[in-house]
Design a protein around this ligand. Structure first.
Ligand code: SF4
Ligand code: SF4
Length: 313
């Protein structure tokens, strides 16, 4: 049972048996809340810190079920709309009554609070697999540094259990808090570099990239924890020759000759629809193998970055 004073986090997923978020077999925890507003956000359920109401229209059949969700809502936030329903998210209090009434799970909550002890218990179930594979736990999001104090307590507890720890970050954090609260308990940092041009960063992520680049430089200079830069490949935005060669040059200036290029995942549009989030990036975008190859080549031939570029398929 969760004690009143126990620290809690808002998360939206715990994925076991992950192999892409660090070495060995890992469990990845996805925290809610992110200060950036990337137009291509591939984890839209990680944007808001609060729990959200998710609606899957293809699972919704009001004529068959009699629409119990309508009467369950004390806020009148649900109305019939043709053969489906419409949700007024401005008046919705995310009270969960409609999802409890829905027989098809068309309505569900995304995200939940979890206490430190409960989360630790779930993470440590797989400790034997971490130990035998060289794996561990990765904190991801959203942006986990938005819940810095909880992450500090979690990482410290994991280290006390001898578990390897990694973090995936957008780099948009307060450096001194990061250094004090997280760094001593981390074994590996995955650091996203999205856009090297400040105007483009403002346009596509909603923020200047200055803090991100400064944090990266300071980390590389001062941290003894390995930092692996990662570049998400977003067609038409981050994949330009200018951006990739600019990031490669920035890395070369820091004496770094390797990075991971993250492949574009087009499945995010469906997740955004379920949460009623307006899509600002063409949902039909996809990346051809040839385009991927061009990105890798652009990156490798820039500024003598000739090895260590990896890209998942
Ligand atoms: S959301 Fe659920 S309860 Fe409401 S009409 Fe659709 S299927 Fe029925
Ligand atoms: S979560 Fe609560 S307030 Fe929101 S639509 Fe459902 S019943 Fe209404």
């Amino acid at each position: 049972m969760q004690r009143d004073c126990e620290p809690t986090a808002q998360i939206f997923d715990i994925k076991r048996d992950c192999s892409e978020d660090g070495p060995g077999i890992r469990t990845t925890v996805f925290f809610k809340g992110c200060p950036l507003s990337c137009v291509w956000c591939q984890n839209p359920e990680g944007k808001e810190r609060a729990v959200e109401l998710s609606y899957t229209s293809r699972a919704c059949h009001p004529l068959q079920c009699g629409a119990p969700c309508l009467v369950s809502c004390g806020e009148n936030s649900i109305a019939l709309s043709g053969a489906k329903i419409a949700i007024n998210r401005d008046s919705c209090r995310v009270c969960n009554k409609c999802s409890e009434a829905c027989p098809t799970a068309a309505l569900e909550l995304t995200g939940y609070s979890i206490g430190l002890e409960a989360l630790l218990y779930r993470l440590l179930i797989d400790k034997p697999f971490y130990s035998s594979s060289g794996g561990g736990v990765t904190l991801s999001g959203g942006e986990v540094t938005q819940q810095m104090v909880f992450a500090h307590q979690l990482l410290k507890a994991l280290k006390a259990e001898g578990v390897h720890t990694a973090i995936e970050t957008s780099g948009f954090f307060n450096y001194s808090r990061f250094e004090t609260l997280l760094m001593p308990w981390l074994d590996l940092i995955y650091f996203d570099l999205k856009l090297i041009d400040d105007a483009e960063s403002r346009r596509y992520t909603g923020h200047s990239n200055q803090q991100v680049l400064d944090n990266f430089s300071t980390l590389v200079e001062r941290s003894e924890v390995p930092v692996i830069p990662r570049v998400p490949l977003i067609p038409g935005i981050t994949t330009s020759e200018k951006n990739l060669s600019g990031i490669a040059g920035f890395l070369a200036d820091h004496g770094i000759d390797s990075a991971t290029l993250l492949p574009y995942n087009p499945l995010w549009g469906d997740k955004a629809d379920k949460l009623g989030i307006a899509v600002k990036y063409p949902r039909t975008t996809f990346m051809t193998p040839l385009e991927k190859r061009r990105c890798v080549t652009s990156f490798q031939t820039s500024h003598q970055i000739e090895r260590g570029v990896s890209h998942a398929n």
